[in-house]
Design a protein around this ligand. Structure first.
Ligand code: KIV
Length: 257
């Protein structure tokens, strides 16, 4: 069964939505076999696979390339593609053209846009043009250079009001789901209760309507630090290193077929 917008929104209040990032055909195929609901081709591809220090250098061409690879896995999970920096802040026409490249050329089923209330107008126009949109509030990695470091959101009174507002504006604009990143767990639970669309959390506690993790983090492939909230479900880095070591030994010892 193909998981579409209606399927994802219909899970709210029924069971937790399971979302994960993927950037290529292999991981998307395997995640789909495990029955995840939503695959995000995140601009985190920049930091997870491409060696950049932030998501800022990720271009639309890169997103099209990785989205197309994920779509070729022909998953029943819904494929959502990230709008990279700073496309959502350019003219609406540029944003619309970028969405159409991700959907028509690469085959994404929806796009994700970082930002809250300030993006509502554009989200509304995209939805009117037939483009399903996922919002993204809380920590916004594309604002890395103004944030001066990653932190938890939703502790201060201003943060609280702003984040609840952001979620409501995005819902009213027609977003079908919202990713909440690094939001205080109590506030995330409150946001989830205050909107009718799903809030899919990462580092937001367990009371959201779903969870999303970066695949390389949960698989133990990330080289270097991973966020403290991530549970590692495998240690693939170690397994792969061992496999390469065995290969090296076999070749040096003339033990290959
Ligand atoms: O790019 C990404 O992977 C994301 C997730 C952290 C939600 O936006």
């Amino acid at each position: 069964m193909n998981k579409n917008v209606q399927f994802i929104t219909g899970l709210k209040g029924v069971r937790s939505i399971v979302a994960v990032t993927a950037y290529d055909t292999i991981i998307a195929t395997i995640a789909d076999r495990a029955d995840v609901d939503l695959i995000l081709v995140g601009d985190s591809v920049g930091t997870t696979l491409l060696g950049f220090d932030s998501t800022i250098p990720v271009t639309l061409d890169m997103m099209v390339h990785h989205t197309a690879a994920v779509v070729r896995a022909k998953t029943s999970a819904m494929v959502v593609s990230d709008i990279p920096f700073p496309v959502a802040h350019k003219s609406f026409e540029t944003l619309l053209n970028s969405c159409s490249r991700l959907m028509q050329l690469a085959g994404a089923g929806a796009v994700k846009i970082e930002g809250g209330a300030e993006m509502a107008d554009k989200v509304s126009k995209l939805v009117n043009a037939g483009i399903p949109v996922v919002g993204h509030i809380g920590l916004l990695p594309q604002r890395y250079h103004v944030l001066g470091g990653y932190r938890k959101y939703g502790k201060s009174a201003t943060d609280k009001t702003d984040l609840i507002n952001d979620a409501k504006f995005l819902q009213d604009a027609g977003a079908f789901a919202i990713v909440g990143e690094m939001i205080d767990a109590e506030l995330a639970a409150k946001i989830s209760k205050s909107i009718d669309i799903p809030l899919i959390g990462i580092g937001c506690g367990s009371s959201c309507d779903g969870q999303i993790l970066v695949s390389t983090d949960l698989l133990g492939l990330t080289q270097g630090k991973i966020p403290s909230f991530v549970k590692k479900y495998a240690d693939l880095s170690q397994s792969i290193e061992q496999a390469f070591k065995n290969y090296v030994d076999d070749v040096i010892g003339n033990k290959t077929n």
